[in-house]
Design a protein around this ligand. Sequence first.
Ligand code: GRG
Length: 291
Amino acid sequence: MDLDTYLQSQSDLIEKKLSKLVPEQKQAHGQLFKATRYALLGNGKRIRPILALATAEAFGKRPEGILEPVCALEMIHTYSLIHDDLPCMDDDNMRRGKPTLHKVFPEGHAVLTGDFLLTYAFEVITNTACLTSDQKVQLVNILAKQAGGYSGMIAGQVLDIEAENKPISLEALKQIHLCKTGALITASVEFGGVLAGVTEDILTILRRFGRDIGLAFQVVDDILDVTASEEKHGKASDTINGKATYVSLLGLEQAKATAQSLYRSALDTLKPLPNMTILEKIAERIVSRQK
Ligand code: GRG
């Protein structure tokens, strides 16, 4: 199967499961599910759950039965986008090619939809029938840590806000990117490993791979910020928001070289493991993508 067909088929599985987890007909909660479906369904690349499924599959675990926990990654990611777009943060008008949630629903609903997705993600993991209690605890721990506040996504967001409109070193920007974007991508690869029941040694390798592709993902996002149109990228430019990027610090060519170097490092990390073709191809797509 070629990569595009693979990505589409995994994305379809994820979309279907997300829709089932937040069903349309559930009307007992005011507009909560309607707002959640607006933000969650359609148009996302689903790279985090796809990475988790691909990692699990590389170790022989089929997607059936593990779709719920990988959807939890997409829920956390979508909550972060909703909150990041709010007037008190980036104040963005467009996300995933359509108006941001707070432009369509009241701002309070957008806050609460993000809160709902954050907490529901953990409920979904702990409700998954085919996981052992041990696996559930591991997944909850990974997600809490990587989405959380001392070295994860929230920490990255705080550092990002504090760095706005200030000169910043490349090392400091790398730290922000690793936390803000890299942490959840690392969690996705770790999820795949835990779901397939790999050893701690393999998890360590996967974590290193996740860190490289997570950083590469954000460096490419910085590149697309200046090279892709808003229509293609689906959101406004970070440069306009007064944020430093790899391109603003290094220039376009050097930023591209950095993404390539992270890609090569990610492939080197996987070398000791067999059957890594699909992860290698996804890593390549992360650095060559156009949106
Ligand atoms: C919790 C408020 C709060 C923020 C956390 C991750 C984050 C910090 C904010 C999201 C905003 C952002 C632009 C983060 C950088 C990561 C990134 C490139 C997000 C976009 O991810 P894609 O490209 O988006 O996977 P799709 O729409 O395809 O899912």
